[in-house]
Design a protein around this ligand. Structure first.
Ligand SMILES: [Zn+2]
Ligand SMILES: [Zn+2]
Length: 136
């Protein structure tokens, strides 16, 4: 099977990565942690197999934003790049906004809508989950 390849990186260019598809779980996350991490009302994400993700330049700085979660960013410019959850050790989530061609992967749902800000309307008709993707 031919895997679709993706590349991306941070704003300043110090950190570059490559990932091979399939990209799963394409979503807008409205959770309060993503909001603060990115300084943005929601963050679009894609999940890749960790074995198919690698850095091609620089290094990620990671910190624990909650007990099970490691968020990766560029230590120079601060771009939010990755999310790892101890509950899904084979996965890594990547911010769609850091891809070189972000238009290629469109979010397919909204998650953590219970945390959504009231001034963010959802008008795209995509499925909405109150919590994570498995929730109502
Ligand atoms: Zn950077
Ligand atoms: Zn989130």
């Amino acid at each position: 099977m031919e895997l679709t390849r993706y590349a991306g990186g941070c704003l300043c260019g110090a950190v570059r990565y490559a990932a091979a598809g399939p990209a799963r779980n394409l979503c807008f996350c409205h959770c309060a942690s993503c909001r603060r991490a990115a300084g943005s009302p929601s963050v679009p994400w894609a999940t890749f197999e960790r074995a198919r993700f690698r850095l091609t330049r620089g290094a990620l700085r990671e910190y624990r934003s909650s007990a099970a979660v490691l968020r990766g960013f560029c230590a120079h410019c601060g771009s939010c790049l990755t999310y790892r959850n101890d509950a899904r050790p084979a996965d890594i989530d990547v911010t769609l906004g850091s891809l070189d061609e972000p238009a290629a992967l469109a979010p397919q749902m909204h998650v953590w809508v219970a945390d959504k800000l009231p001034w963010v309307p959802i008008t795209d008709g995509l499925p909405q989950h109150a919590g994570g993707a498995g929730s109502g």
